[in-house]
Design a protein around this ligand. Structure first.
Ligand code: IMP
Length: 429
């Protein structure tokens, strides 16, 4: 029985929520391994709508949730989310949620620095979520982060705060932002410690035990391969590795445990924030995709940029992300469009590339090379078998499979959980 790792294959917001929810109902434990509360998805279960950012999706299905060491945790955001979902009737206790004791924390000075830097960048801004994700990962790598376990060690906490404040206040003052005082930060950490610490433990040990017992583990990625700090459209990326390989290091388990890697891709492309987007549409079709697909960011509410499916980009995500099968979502948004386009590569000057170039200027200059494919007039919405799909829609999916060099193992045809065509069960490996 394989474990499953779900990652985004484009620039995020591919509809991971629905797929993860569906898979979570078949898993024993759901593990977040990177990112923070920059992620967000909406889960609709019965008459309740849950908005999750940090909590692993399985909690909604009564499955154990684990926040791995690779996640950066804003304690206020996490506790706020726990309070919100608890008010909706979910049970979040140390019996249902475990948090890695060695996960790094996001403190109020991180979003302050994130926003001050973005303001200073002006036109060159990255378009971050402003949640302090980048500065928190920087502190982790610089070995000055405050981690969950430090909340139980007053002396460590005090010394680390001194080091953090020296670094951050210098930067904040330089950027014209308000510095922080030790008293404020200490008071905040002391107030969250009693609520946070009961959840913390060496989660690697629990995962090792569960693995030995043959439990099904679902690794829930956040963001997507093109936002990966190494493999994405740098510098317009997030500050963590989002590829499936990260699931091992970010949870404390060996790479062989990752299992089947399911990449999620929309049947078209969207992006929030700044950065290159070769297939972006600024015309009525782009507008239509945004309207029909309800393309507004879950976390920030920003309208998403929309464009044609970029097969060159997804092919690259398949290779570097280790994707064994794709879940294709939101096919129904394309219903009724007379002609669709698939990007197969990019022209940069006199050269045609089949991959996203690494350089910032080259990325900005990339002109998409398209092949056109006839659309379909019928509806794909709510389809639950291939027989329910118009023939042209099947052709579109098949062509995507060829171009990205990966099979579509799951097709989602509406936000409803059961409107899914399953080709292959990822848990079967
Ligand atoms: P950060 O992760 O807040 O530093 O933002 C860096 C970039 O990643 C920005 O372009 C964000 O819009 C993007 N980003 C971060 N999280 C998500 C997500 O969950 N979905 C889509 N884009 C995201």
């Amino acid at each position: 029985m394989a474990n499953v790792c779900v990652i985004g294959a484009q620039w995020g917001d591919e509809g991971k929520g629905k797929v993860v929810d569906w898979l979570a109902s078949r898993a024993d434990v759901v593990v977040r391994f990177q990112g923070g509360h920059n992620a967000g998805h909406t889960l609709v279960v019965g008459d309740q709508t849950y908005k999750l950012s940090l909590l692993p999706s399985g909690l909604v299905r009564g499955k154990l949730g684990i926040i791995g060491n690779g996640v950066v945790i804003d304690p206020e955001a996490l506790l706020g989310e726990i309070d919100r979902v608890s008010a909706q009737g979910l049970t979040v206790t140390p019996a249902t949620l475990r948090i890695a004791e060695n996960a790094a924390l996001i403190l109020p000075l991180h979003p302050a620095l994130d926003r001050a830097r973005e303001a200073a960048r002006g036109e060159a801004r990255i378009g971050t979520t402003g949640r302090g994700i980048g500065p928190a990962y920087e502190d982790k790598v610089a070995r000055r982060a405050i981690r969950v376990c430090d909340l139980a060690e007053p002396e460590t906490l005090s010394a680390k705060l001194d080091e953090l404040l020296l670094h951050h206040n210098t930067l904040l003052r330089g950027l014209g932002a308000e510095p922080f005082t030790k008293d404020t930060l200490l008071a905040q950490l002391q107030s969250v410690a009693p609520r946070l610490l009961p959840f913390s433990e060496p989660v690697w040990e629990r995962l090792a035990d569960m693995r030995r017992a043959g439990r099904r583990i679902l690794f829930e990625g956040a963001q997507a391969v093109m936002l990966d700090v190494d493999h994405g459209t740098y510098p317009f990326v997030t500050s963590s590795n989002t590829v499936a390989a990260t699931a091992a290091a970010g949870a404390g388990i060996g790479p062989a445990a990752i299992g089947f890697v399911l990449g999620i891709a929309k049947a078209y492309t969207t992006r929030v924030g700044a950065g290159p987007f070769p297939t972006e549409l600024h015309d009525a079709t782009g507008h239509l995709l945004g309207e029909r697909g309800h393309e507004f960011g879950t976390v920030t509410g920003r309208p998403r940029r929309c464009g044609w499916f970029d097969a060159a980009l997804v092919r690259q995500a398949v290779k570097v992300g280790g994707i064994a099968g794709l879940a294709l979502t939101k096919l129904d948004v394309l219903d009724g469009l007379p002609e669709l386009k698939l990007c197969t590569g990019y022209r940069i000057g006199g050269t045609v590339l089949r991959h996203v170039p690494a350089g910032k200027a080259a990325q900005a200059a990339a002109v998409p090379q398209y092949e056109a494919i006839e659309g379909w007039m019928g509806s794909t919405r709510g389809a639950r078998s291939w027989a329910d799909l118009p023939a042209q829609a099947i052709k579109y999916v098949r062509r995507i499979e060829e171009l990205v060099e990966a099979p579509v193992t799951l097709l989602s045809t509406s936000p409803e959980r059961d409107d899914t065509i399953l080709v292959r069960d990822p848990f079967e490996g």
